[in-house]
Design a protein around this ligand. Structure first.
Ligand SMILES: [Zn+2]
Length: 399
């Protein structure tokens, strides 16, 4: 490895540890990175000069009169603006290094306002309020955008967002124009970012193989394989909502027949409850409260959804051999009511060897998983190349 590349790698390794693990003493950093003390001192010096870390007295004392110092990622040194464009809501957040959330806001919206123009119009005031609330000495590192659709990473075009009614929408350039920003904008699929959020900020330390299954109107899947997001050639991997599970099923919004989301998605749940015209957050809240009171119609509908959900999850377990499957979105909210039939269906469809190793759990980040992932994705650029502002740009992986 060339000296310059080695240095970038080491700067990145130290900053990433501080970002994910929180403040650490120099000797702890030496232990977790395997680098020697003088190298760590040198790297901390450069990261301090870059404004990305600082060193301050910790909460524990090293001995009488000698407060121990800890190194901390400076939240204002690099702030990501995170945006989530879901079907039933939009959200913005400002997240600094170390995961410090400076501000966050979510706005419910009607399905009559999901078009690209209405979406950007609704985002502008939310973002301006957020930017106005930031401390004066901050630096914006980039913008990460989660969208309920199939997105092309290279140019930020949403190829297809069937549940938003979008096709070939140049979201990246629309947002740059609408928000008047000149920092990098990364657009990615909501489930891919939900998986990244769960992997980096969820309740699963040490897990390197994770499948995230999100239900909103459709079903999205994000995969972390051996610690790396699996995104495919153009960023379209994980469209498991359109995995064909029922040859006798229905026509999906994508045009296919018998897709997983037509059997286990929100529309299927409402159809099973005989309330197919209800939609959105209010419908899900109503279902949740009826289930809590033991309404047999709702519980039967949930059992049906659990069976189809488990069939698909079993297939994903066979393919990816994850350690953990995280259920997000509507499945996170409805988890207690679908868990039994889902688990039984997983046992029927997945190989015993793989199911013995896997846990299926509700998301610890809840509705914010994709928003958290969008912030992490935007910060990943500066973490991958902390000195990037004064050296040649390096294309950072989304991790
Ligand atoms: Zn489909």
């Amino acid at each position: 490895m060339a000296a310059e590349e080695l240095r970038r790698h080491n700067l990145s390794a130290v900053l990433e540890r501080l970002h994910l693990l929180g403040p650490r003493s120099r000797s702890e950093l030496t232990a977790v990175t395997g680098l020697n003390r003088s190298t760590i001192a040198d790297l901390i010096g450069e990261l301090t000069d870059l404004g990305l870390v600082d060193e301050r007295p910790g909460t524990t004392s090293a001995g009488p009169g000698r407060p121990s110092l800890v190194v901390r990622a400076r939240p204002t040194g690099a702030i990501a603006l995170a945006i989530e464009i879901a079907v039933d809501s939009i959200a913005v957040a400002a997240v600094g290094l170390g995961g410090h959330v400076f501000g966050q806001q979510r706005m419910a919206r009607s399905r009559a306002r999901t078009g690209p123009g209405d979406t950007t119009s609704d985002l502008v005031p939310l973002m301006h309020r957020l930017l106005g609330s930031l401390p004066p000495d901050h630096r914006i590192a980039g913008v990460g955008v989660s969208v309920a659709g199939i997105t092309r990473r290279d140019d930020g075009v949403v190829r297809l967002g069937p549940n938003l009614g979008w096709s070939e929408v140049p979201l990246g350039s629309l947002l740059v124009d609408a928000l008047g920003i000149d920092t990098p904008v990364l657009i990615a699929n909501e489930a891919d970012l939900g998986a990244l959020g769960e992997y980096r900020r969820g309740l699963h330390p040490g897990v390197r193989n994770l499948v995230y299954v999100q239900g909103e109107v459709g079903i999205g899947v994000g995969i972390i394989a051996d610690g790396r997001p699996l995104v495919g050639t153009a960023g379209y991997a994980g469209e498991a909502g359109h995995m064909k599970v029922n040859p006798n099923g229905r026509i999906c919004r994508c045009g296919g027949l018998g897709c997983w989301e037509t059997e286990a998605g929100e529309a299927a749940l409402l159809r099973l409850m005989d309330t197919p015209s209800d939609t959105g957050l209010a419908a899900v809240e109503s279902i949740e409260s009826r289930a809590s009171t033991g309404d047999p119609v709702v519980l039967d509908a949930m059992a049906g959804i659990g069976r189809w959900l488990g069939l698909g999850i079993g297939n994903l377990i066979n393919i990816f051999n994850p350690e953990i499957v995280v259920l997000g979105g509507v499945y996170h909210r409805l988890f207690p009511f679908i868990e039994t039939t889902m688990t039984q269906a997983v046992s029927r469809s997945a190989l015993r060897a793989a199911t013995d190793l896997v846990s299926i759990v509700p998301s610890g980040l809840g509705v914010d998983a994709a928003l958290v992932g969008a912030g992490e994705a935007a910060l990943s650029r500066v973490i991958a190349n902390p000195a990037g502002q004064r050296t040649a740009a390096v294309d950072a992986p989304l991790a």
